[in-house]
Write a protein that binds this ligand. Sequence first.
Ligand code: HGY
Ligand code: MN
Ligand code: MN
Length: 415
Amino acid sequence: MTRNLPGNLQVRADRIADDIDGLAGLTEPDKPWTRRAFTPMFLKGRHYLNRRFKEAGLETRIDAAGNLVGLRKGKAGNGTIMLGSHSDTVPNGGRFDGIAGVAAALEVARSLNDAGVQLEHDLEIVDFLAEEVSIFGVSCIGSRGMLGLRPSEWLERQVEGVTLAEGIRSVGGNPALIGSRDDIKAFLELHIEQGPVLENERIDIGVVTAISGIARIEILVEGRADHAGTTPMGLRLDALSAASHIVLGIERTATDLSRGPSHFAATVGEFVMEPNAANVVPSRVRMLIDARAIDRAVMEAFSDAVATLCVEVVSKCGVSITAPRRISDNPPSLMSEKVVALLEESTAGLSLSSRRMVSGAGHDAAYLNSAAPTAMVFIPCREGRSHTAEEWAENDDITLGAAVLYETVLKLDKE
Ligand code: HGY
Ligand code: MN
Ligand code: MN
C-alpha cells in the first residue's frame, strides 16, 4: 500500500529505492531476479554494494566467512550494533527478499551521517553470504561462518567441481578461519514478510518474536524399471506412484498440523524420478521435504508421521523405501524480548501500527541470535508472495521499516 510518508523521517526513500533498483539491475538476464551466491552475477552485486557502502562512509571488508561488512566507527570499546540481511537470491526469486534488509540497513548508516550522530557503539552493516540454499545445498553459510556455527564438513561439499571452501575463497573469505564474535551488542534484520498477514490486516510493521526451525528430510523410493506396455499392472513396482502416496500423505499431515496452535508448514520441494522415460515404469524417486515448525514437538510429530507413512506405502506398493534421513535440522530461534520491545517502542514513536508475529521463513537472524540479542522487522509484501519474480514490496513500506531500524539503533546505543 503506497502512502504519504511522515515528513519527519530521518531516513530517505529515494536512496533506498536507488539501491533496490541498483541491485535489481544485476540479475541473470533471462531469469529475473536471479543472483545466486557464488556466481559472477553475485560478485557484481557485491561490487555494487561495496561501492555504495564506501559512498556511505563505511570501512568495508570481506570477513573470513565471506560476508561483506561495512563499519561505521563509534566510540571505542563499546561493542557493535549490527544490521544486515542478504543480497543473494533463489532462482527466479525476488527483488526484495534479503535485498530490502541490506538497503534499509545501509540507509540507517547514511541517515546517521546526515544527522551528525556519533554512536557510542560501532555500527556494522552486513550483506551475509549465501543465506539462500545455494548450489551447495545448505543455507545461511555466511552468518553461520561468522559465528563459528558452519559445520566443518560443509567445506568439502563439492558441486560442479568446486568445493564450498573454494566458493568462500572466491568471494574473498578465508574458510580456514573459524569465525567468532563476542562484541555484538544487538542484531536487527529488516525483511519482507513473505506472507500475507501484514497486507491483509493493513499493518505497517511486523515485529518477529520467533523464527521457525527448518528440517530437510530426504526419502529414497526404490521400485523396478519395467516395460510400460507389457508389464501387468499388478506386477509393477512403480516408484513414482508409491512416492505420490507419500507426497499426498505429507500434504495431509502438514495441513492437519498447520491447524494447531503454532506455525507449521511442509513441502516436498525437491523431487527427482528415474529414468523419467514415458515407456519405462519409474524405478527410483528421490524427494526432499522442507518442514518448518516453531514447536519442536510438532516437528517430531511430523517426522514420526512421515516414517509411519513410508512403512504403510512399502506394504501397499511393494517398493523399498530408505528410512527418512534428516540432512539438516535447525531448531527454532526465539527472538530477544528486550529488542522486540524496543522495536515496538520505535514503531509506536513513529505512529505506525505493528503486531507481533513468527517467521515461517529462515533468516540469518536465527544464527545471529545465538551471539547477540536479536529481533526482526517485517514489512508487507504484495499478496504475501516471495521466492518468485512476482515478489513486490512498496518502497515506502521499506522506508518505514528503515525508520524503525534507525530509531531502534538510537535506543540500543543509549543502553
Ligand atoms: O527458505 C527460507 O526460509 C529463506 O527464504 N531462505
Ligand atoms: Mn528467501
Ligand atoms: Mn531472505
